[in-house]
Write a protein that binds this ligand. Structure first.
Ligand SMILES: [Zn+2]
Length: 131
């Protein structure tokens, strides 16, 4: 019997395209055909104007760091084995704000506005500093 894991997505019919794209190294966002704004995480309605005219779009993968926190303790498996890690909120170039992790960066090098680029860890989108 394997221990429960809290880090793996459980795709439903609606979010499956998002996770399938992530498994292929692509980050998808949702774009509203009514007001033109993008959002993330994926929702079936536009959170800005409530239109249902929302479609998938591939994001550029560019973002800047908004805020972050170095996590030293997390009792939910498997995170306990991964501490410390950097939990972060980033602003995607397309506008949406996204909860994620920052990898490949020493904590002292993190700063608000740091340019980031998406990468994928176990088919999940995370971000690393842009070269
Ligand atoms: Zn809208």
């Amino acid at each position: 019997m394997s221990a429960a894991r809290y880090d793996l997505p459980e795709p439903d019919a609606f979010t499956r395209p998002y996770w399938e794209a992530a498994a292929r190294g692509r980050l998808l966002i949702r774009r509203c055909g009514s007001c033109g704004r993008a959002h993330h995480y994926p929702r079936e309605f536009c959170p800005h104007c409530w239109s249902e005219e929302v479609t998938w779009e591939e994001a550029s993968g560019r973002a800047v760091l908004y805020t972050w926190s170095t996590v030293h303790r997390n009792d939910l498996p498997p995170f306990g084995d991964r501490t410390p890690y950097v939990a972060a909120v980033v602003d995607l170039a397309e506008g949406p704000r996204m909860m994620t992790q920052v990898v490949d960066c020493a904590g002292r090098d993190l700063r608000a506005g740091l340019p980031l680029r998406v990468t994928f860890a176990e088919s999940k989108p995370v971000f690393r500093p842009e070269d």
